[in-house]
Design a protein around this ligand. Structure first.
Ligand code: NAP
Length: 511
């Protein structure tokens, strides 16, 4: 494997050090690195070894109260009064610092989540573009002028919502934080960021970069902690939080809604998916197969956008089955920090157990296990949560492996006979996050994509994302959008001001 011991820069609050166990003893609240008041220390497990690699402070309700108070003070104070172009300049400074730290952040992301370094680098290496693009929007959310009558007109103003609670998942911690911080800061909001309990480290590193960029105290606060019954729930319940931007499971979103019901806050929910990846026989099959195999195993299958239901038109079904089986054998599963590794471990023991459970469901429900399906226990990977890239052939859309989000590297190959059946299968799911389709028939590309119930449909490509393009789900895949102008909009409120220049107002009771 590559480096097992990283050298961590010593930072003002995160106090990381050389050695196998990194120490992050402080939360970032109100511009200070502070000890938790009612939290403690959580251990972050390296999923490649199953051993503790970092000890991290976690906060409880009292720490969330402090963080929200700091975020409110910043919103009502220096940040709220700061001209938008100055906020943009701070965001650009942060984006540049982020870019300078890409390699370090990517290694930390890999260490915390198990994602192969080559993937972390490619992902984290893009994030500065998101921050720069949102910085460019910070002084461009203007209102409109609306004529009403001769002497009366109205204008609208776009106002930041206030304090945002950003609750992130463990599969893409830095990307998820980036997708929330970018638009929230561009809108003029302040943020309390709560990373997932499995991956708390990079959020604290973000706090250190926020500090280095020179943001006023309290604009961004970072409080690692537990979700249910902990910091996450406290944030969702808090009456002074104006919006929760949440990425995670649909059931957690339901719990968050119930918790926050009394406060009537706003929500963006980025939830799960069970995305159809449709391969028509008239596609450039080689390219389609490149995309379909890649999207089944990227992130060790722990991606919301995973094309885990591969719908294949019957004439190319055998070729697709053979290619999936042969490529599964070629995926280099290994230590995630190794440059050569394609696929690292699953992010946690729970996730490994869940994936293996679903392999059992696939077998029980009658799908044909074509490749993989087992934990990898060779000596060099001992202790880690490694699983083989897995392929089921002759799956049907009613099987549990095709209906429920596994979040493991498990592809279900489902044959279909015609366009109508492909569309019906694609939409026969509780989710509606993403979809892909491959065809060289331009009429079919438009016809089918128009009928797919998903927030993003890729035609002759897959998982192609930019900061400019809205991302989010239909149905149980979420509410609202991240990225694009839509994301900025979701952190703004509208005030309408109606102005009369007539100088008179009739007395309704004169006669
Ligand atoms: P999760 O279990 O729902 O947790 C997400 C976050 O919510 C974590 O920080 C968690 O804290 C917190 N949380 C849990 N219960 C809470 C509660 N009652 N109140 C407030 N916060 C609470 O999701 P996950 O397992 O981390 O992530 C995987 C899921 O995210 C998958 O469904 C995946 O599809 C989805 N996802 C969607 C997108 C997208 O853009 N649509 C992107 C990435 C991931 P703890 O860690 O302490 O539990």
């Amino acid at each position: 494997m590559g480096a097992t011991t990283l050298t961590f820069a010593t930072r003002s609050g995160s106090q990381a050090h050389d050695g196998p166990v990194a120490d992050y003893p402080a939360l970032y609240i109100g511009g200070q690195w502070v000890a938790p008041t009612d939290g403690g220390t959580m251990e972050s497990i390296d999923p490649a070894t199953g051993r503790v690699w970092a000890r991290v402070a976690f906060g409880g309700k009292g720490d969330i109260d402090r963080a929200v108070a700091a975020a409110r003070a910043a919103f009502d104070g220096e940040w709220g009064r700061m001209p938008p172009h100055e906020r943009a300049a701070l965001m650009r400074r942060f984006a540049d610092l982020y870019r300078q730290n890409v390699e370090r952040l990517a290694q930390l992301e890999t260490r915390d989540s198990g994602r192969a370094l080559r993937e972390s680098r490619a992902d984290v290496g893009m994030h500065h573009n998101y921050y720069h693009w949102f910085a460019s929007l910070a002084d461009k959310h203007h209102g409109r002028t609306i004529p009403m009558d001769d002497s009366v007109h109205a204008f609208t103003s776009r106002l930041p919502l206030g304090v945002v609670g950003a609750i992130c998942p463990w599969n893409v911690p830095l990307m998820s934080a980036c997708w929330k911080l970018g638009p929230a800061l561009a809108a003029g909001c302040t943020v309390v960021l709560k990373p997932a309990e499995q991956t708390p480290v990079t959020a604290l590193e973000l706090g250190a970069l926020i500090e280095e960029a020179g943001f006023p105290a309290g604009v961004v606060n970072v409080v690692p902690g537990y979700g249910a019954g902990g910091a996450g729930e406290a944030l969702a319940a808090h009456s002074d939080v104006n919006k929760i931007s949440f990425t995670g499971e649909a059931d957690t979103a339901r719990a968050i809604l119930k918790t926050g019901a009394d406060s009537l806050k706003r929500y963006t929910f980025e939830l799960g998916g069970k995305s159809p990846h449709i391969l028509f026989a008239d596609a450039d099959v080689e390219q389609a197969l490149n995309a379909a195999t890649n999207s089944a195993w990227t992130l060790c299958g722990q991606s919301c956008a995973l094309g885990s239901r591969v719908l294949v038109e019957r004439p190319i079904y055998d070729r697709v089955v053979e290619t999936f089986a042969s490529r599964a054998a070629k995926v280099r599963v290994g230590m995630p920090l190794d440059e050569a590794t394609h696929m690292g471990p699953q992010s946690s023991a729970d996730q490994l157990e869940k994936t293996l459970r679903y392999v059992g469901f696939g077998r029980d429900d009658g799908a044909e296990l074509l490749a993989g399906g087992k934990r990898i226990e060779r000596e060099s990977l001992a202790g880690g949560y490694f699983v083989e890239p897995t392929v089921f052939a002759n799956a049907t859309n009613d099987m549990r492996i095709a209906r429920e989000e596994i979040f493991g590297p498990v592809a279900a190959l489902i044959p279909f006979d015609d366009e109508a059946e492909a569309i019906a299968l694609a939409n026969d799911t509780a989710y509606g996050l993403t979809a892909g389709l491959w065809t060289q028939n331009v009429g079919r590309a438009h016809r089918v994509s128009a009928k797919i119930q998903a927030g993003i449909v890729w035609v002759n490509t897959y998982r192609y994302l930019r900061w400019t393009t809205p991302y989010g789900g239909f149905k149980a895949s979420g509410w609202g959008r991240e990225n694009g102008l839509e994301a900025l909009d979701s952190y703004l409120d509208t005030r309408t001001t109606v102005v009369s220049t007539a100088g008179t107002f009739p007395d309704a009771y004169a006669s």
